[in-house]
Design a protein around this ligand. Structure first.
Ligand code: MFK
Ligand code: FAD
Length: 600
């Protein structure tokens, strides 16, 4: 608790080496322990101690075979038996089996299970979480009434045993209910400080925010790894040249720079966001520990929820696209498994899905922004979010009257240009999404359809533009802060501007559509500025990668060792491959004892 960043460093260092290893540790000591610590109380301390001492192995168990995103619809039930003071857990059928749960396949001894809580009068009080023992820690055999197994091979992270579990009249002590959102009184009555069931659902799902914030950090690690490999390779790989005698490193090509250097800039900007946002999460968690019930604490929870629900999608997609670009940027050698780009790409992929599907989560962010917009516009309540990410929305009318004023690419090399454009873009998309929602409400018979039909081009774009603005604003402030070493500021500011312009250029159509850009000049000078920054950063690219790459042993990619001896390292790794020079055991069938054609 004195230095919470150490936790982030530990997870990310393990992950740089291997994500399955990191997940095994992380699910146990952070995800499970976090769910117990935040969702429970003093009476659950024992579980935390046992987890910390590695006496038990655990995870959280939310998803079921037929439901993941729609947590409200989870069908596992926990009936309270007042006579024995126990909960009885049941999975109504196999479609309600818990599914995908990490560590569950072979090793979990305990899990935080999400289930619908019923009191003995038959009343359902909604989704709650319970600590359930799954296996005997001494034998790893399932507990009575628990059917548990492994779901099989996945596209990545196969060092993790993802599993399923079903419950048949599994009895657990009443105290195993994690009671921060609701509890059973000694007289058997249900009590909760949340009167509104929607608020209670939000509070019981609050624990998922810390996972989402951590995943942002995990995807940044992947981005750092892939850009390190691709940039080191590109600086040493030579192909073609101005004369027949001289071939140039592929990093000298403008095309290669434009494909890679923006991802390097994204790695720096997202890294800063991830670390600073992690500290915001720590502030929230300290508030929870100290039982802070202030309005500020509640608002902080909402803002962190909104930022993490867009931050995870943006960061995981950036790493996903970056990994593919880096794989191709290394040509054929990028496809050789020992160079690791395939494993990183596949291990990164589920970051887009677990702890909430990216496209589903983005809707949480746009809902939050639309709610604030309504308060500002209709109720004249200024927006004062604790982290300040939405303050600029108070000026939305003035911001919407702005136009793009730069006239040369040189002017665009200042990060205030993309920042101003993003402010306009977020306000514009907010106004348009709100309008679209109103129109759809008039057409549709219910709010559900109206919201669904306002996502594409509106609410989804809004959530992404908002988080890009937040990340850019934070990195801009950092690169202009006096505590940032003056000698580093010039190069970091270039990275910041490049990240801003490159991200902004994906929104060109909307910038023209809404009239912020007019004529061909804005589009052209932004493109020129992106290319100019890539060229200016090219000579620093290897140093910038050296600053974020792990040691060779951890990076574990022969084409990307720090010494730059591309071919020596690759040759040596290939020759050390298993049985590389050996004749195959089936050589005879191949050469002499061939089956006769048409006789098989
Ligand atoms: C190395 C590898 C490491 C591996 C780590 C990966 C481990 C993976 C573990 C898992 O994947 S565990 C399973 C995680 N499952 C999910 O994340 C499911 C995603 N679905 C949800 O979180 C919710 O169901 C969702 C919020 C998307 C939608 O729910 P609803 O449409 O039923 O609820 P609604 O949007 O009406 O939300 C109710 C209120 O709760 C609020 N809320 C929801 N989640 C919250 C949250 N986390 N914090 C604060 N508030 C929250 C929400 O903003 C809203 O507030 P308002 O009433 O003020 O509008
Ligand atoms: C590697 C891995 C590890 C996991 N570990 C765990 C774990 O430890 N514990 C656990 O409980 N769970 C775990 N999960 C499950 C994970 O949390 C869910 O897969 C995730 O929340 C997505 O839910 P889903 O699979 O039900 O997808 P669905 O919600 O069924 O989504 C399917 C598709 O429908 C779309 N969709 C759904 N709803 C909407 C909507 N409202 N609007 C528009 N489109 C929509 C989605 O975008 C998606 O494209 C894990 C998953 C993976 C892949």
């Amino acid at each position: 608790m004195e230095k919470p960043q150490k936790l982030l460093v530990l997870i990310n260092s393990l992950g740089m080496y291997d994500w399955s290893l990191a997940a095994k540790f992380f699910l146990n000591t952070q995800v499970f322990a976090g769910a117990v610590g935040n969702g429970g109380s003093e009476r659950h301390q024992n579980f935390l101690n046992q987890t910390r001492n590695m006496e038990v192995g655990s995870n959280i168990c939310n998803n079921q075979m037929s439901h993941g995103s729609n947590t409200k619809a989870i069908r596992t039930v926990a009936h309270f038996d007042a006579s024995t003071k126990e909960f009885i857990l049941n999975s109504p059928d196999f479609e309600a089996a818990k599914f995908w749960v990490g560590n569950m396949g072979k090793t979990a001894t305990h899990a935080v299970v999400y289930a619908q809580l019923y009191t003995s009068d038959g009343q359902c009080h909604g989704l709650h979480s319970f600590v359930v023992q799954i296996r005997d820690p001494k034998t790893l055999l399932p507990m009575p009434g628990v059917m548990v197994g492994d779901i099989g091979k996945k596209l990545g992270q196969n060092g993790i045993d993802n599993g399923f579990a079903m419950f048949y009249n599994v009895r657990i002590p009443q105290e195993n209910l994690l009671n921060s959102t609701g509890d059973i009184s000694p007289s058997g009555k249900y009590t909760s400080r949340y009167k509104d069931p929607k608020q209670r659902l939000g509070a019981s799902l609050g624990t998922l925010s810390s996972g989402r914030v951590s995943i942002i950090g995990m995807t940044v690690v992947n981005l750092k790894l892939v850009v390190s490999i691709a940039i080191r390779f590109s600086a040493t790989r030579r192909q073609f040249g101005p004369t027949e005698k001289e071939e140039i490193p592929v990093l000298e090509y403008q095309l290669q720079q434009w494909r890679l250097i923006p991802y390097l800039a994204a790695a720096y900007a997202l890294d800063y966001f991830s670390k600073s946002f992690f500290m915001n999460l720590i502030e929230l968690q300290i508030g929870i520990l100290m039982k802070d019930r202030s309005p500020r604490q509640a608002e902080l929870g909402k803002e962190i929820h909104a930022l993490s629900c867009a931050g995870k999608p943006l960061a995981s997609w950036t790493a996903q696209h970056g990994a593919q670009e880096c794989r191709e940027a290394c040509g054929g050698h990028g496809f050789l498994a020992i160079n690791r780009l395939g494993d990183i790409r596949n291990d990164n992929d589920p970051n887009c899905t677990y702890e909430g599907d990216n496209n589903v989560l983005l809707q949480q962010t746009s809902n939050y922004l639309l709610g604030l917009f309504h308060s500002i516009r209709e109720d004249n309540i200024p927006c004062e979010s604790p982290l300040g990410s939405t303050h600029f929305l108070n000026d939305f009318k003035t911001i919407l009257s702005h136009k793009f004023t730069a006239r040369t690419a040189r002017e665009c090399l200042d990060c205030t240009v993309p920042l101003a454009a993003y402010k306009w873009l977020v306000c514009y998309l907010l106004r348009e999404s709100n309008q679209k929602l109103q129109q759809e409400r008039q057409k549709a018979t219910n709010d559900f359809d109206a919201r669904n039909n306002s996502q594409v081009y509106y609410c989804r774009s809004l959530a992404l533009a908002f988080i890009e603005h937040t990340i850019l604003q934070r990195y801009y402030d950092y690169t202009h802060d006096t505590s940032t070493p003056a000698s580093l500021q010039p190069v970091l500011r270039k990275l910041c501007t490049l990240y801003g312009l490159w991200s902004l250029s994906k929104h060109m159509a909307v910038l023209y559509q809404g009239g912020y850009f007019t004529g061909e000049l804005p589009g052209k000078i932004i493109q020129d500025a992106v290319l100019e920054l890539c060229a200016e950063l090219k000579d620093d690219a290897v140093s910038l990668v050296d600053a974020i790459a792990p040691p060779d042993f951890i990076l574990n990619s022969p084409i990307a060792k720090a010494d730059g001896e591309l071919y020596k390292n690759l040759w040596s790794a290939v020759l050390q491959g298993e049985k590389v020079l050996e004749r195959p055991s089936w050589w005879a069938e191949f050469c002499t004892k061939k089956p006769l054609i048409a006789k098989l």
